[in-house]
Write a protein that binds this ligand. Structure first.
Ligand SMILES: Nc1ncnc2c1ncn2[C@@H]1O[C@H](COP(=O)(O)OP(=O)(O)O)[C@@H](O)[C@H]1O
Ligand SMILES: [Mg+2]
Length: 301
């Protein structure tokens, strides 16, 4: 069972994420990143956070503890921005909290330049993402952090943010357990992820029993769209169990080579240049991203 805590102090919004989570202190003296039920992503994002996160934990991947956070918007009265205040007002009650990792750094292309990831660990993460159809673990939005970064203990890779996983739950009638997973721009694609080893190791562990235990952690109130919350739970278990048994159909293999990705990127840049008027041709092609995120070479070896 997820622990329950009550937010006692609001520290800050996390604006780097699209859902504007908030950092709070709670009555157990812990600090948590709160994903709000009132966010534009809706409660399905929270369902995905719980199911995929707890599955990751059960399979031995590093993932911060999740808790249920009782949140009274009055606690965040100091928040000056109207749109964030509205988000809080729409989220009174039980929200999802994740243990805050102090000093953690996002796994950006810059960090990836020097951080080594074991091919087996990379394989397990890519495998989990493929199983759970997670579309948000890309080079530009890795939803991976390294921690701890202070002190003497070496930093390790941590998973966060599975709100965009389980894409099939947005259209159950079209959900296909054999659907291929688009992994071309996966954040760990260039660490030679050993997905076959991960499949052999992890697939037998994803039993109906494990899936039932994981799905039972989701609060009833977030399981909408079905006659009963338990009917919704059964649909998640059935789909994920069918999918894990069909891993041969979706197992990502043949990751693009360094040359293929470089050629793809060069082609894209050339097309952008072509479509530009003369006076814009010398402006760097940033595509709305900081320069550091444009340098693919850091992922290539
Ligand atoms: N447990 C955590 N500890 C420390 N920082 C975190 C934690 N979770 C998220 N963050 C920071 O907040 C950002 C946004 O969080 P994320 O869960 O990715 O939300 P979103 O759904 O809005 O993308 C992350 O990129 C990271 O920098
Ligand atoms: Mg995110």
């Amino acid at each position: 069972m997820l622990r329950e805590v009550t937010a006692t102090r609001y520290l800050a919004p996390l604006r780097s994420g699209g859902s504007v989570p908030g950092v709070v202190e709670a009555d157990d003296l812990g600090t948590y990143v709160v994903k709000f039920t009132g966010s534009a992503q809706g409660t399905k994002a929270l369902v995905a956070e719980v199911i995929v996160g707890e599955l990751a934990r059960a399979l031995g991947l590093r993932f911060p503890e999740l808790v249920l956070v009782h949140f009274d918007p009055a606690v965040a009265d100091s928040e000056p921005h109207q749109e964030v205040r509205e988000l809080h007002a729409a989220s009174a009650g039980v929200n999802l909290g994740m243990d805050f990792l102090p000093g953690a750094r996002d796994f950006t292309p810059e960090v990836a330049r020097t951080f080594r990831v074991d091919p087996l660990e990379a394989g397990r993460i890519v495998w989990l993402d493929a199983l759970t159809a997670n579309v948000d673990r890309t080079v530009h939005s890795s939803n991976l952090m390294i921690w701890p970064t202070l002190g003497t203990v070496p930093a390790r890779l941590w998973l966060i943010d599975h709100g965009a996983a389980l894409v099939f739950h947005h259209r159950w009638d079209a959900s296909d357990p054999e659907k291929a997973y688009d992994f071309r721009h996966h954040a760990l694609g260039h660490y030679a992820p050993d997905v076959r080893a991960a499949d052999a190791e992890l697939a037998p562990r994803v039993t109906q029993e494990l899936l039932r235990a994981v799905v039972s952690e989701v609060p009833d109130a977030w399981l909408t769209g079905f006659a009963t919350p338990d009917e919704a739970r059964a649909s998640y278990v059935d789909h994920l169990h069918a999918r894990v048994r069909a891993s041969a159909a979706w197992l990502p293999t043949d990751f693009p080579t360094r040359e293929e990705l470089a050629a793809e990127e060069a082609l894209r840049a050339a097309r952008t240049q072509q479509g530009r008027p003369k006076w814009l041709k010398r402006v760097p092609d940033l595509h709305g991203k900081p320069a550091a995120e444009q340098d693919w070479s850091v992922h290539l070896g």
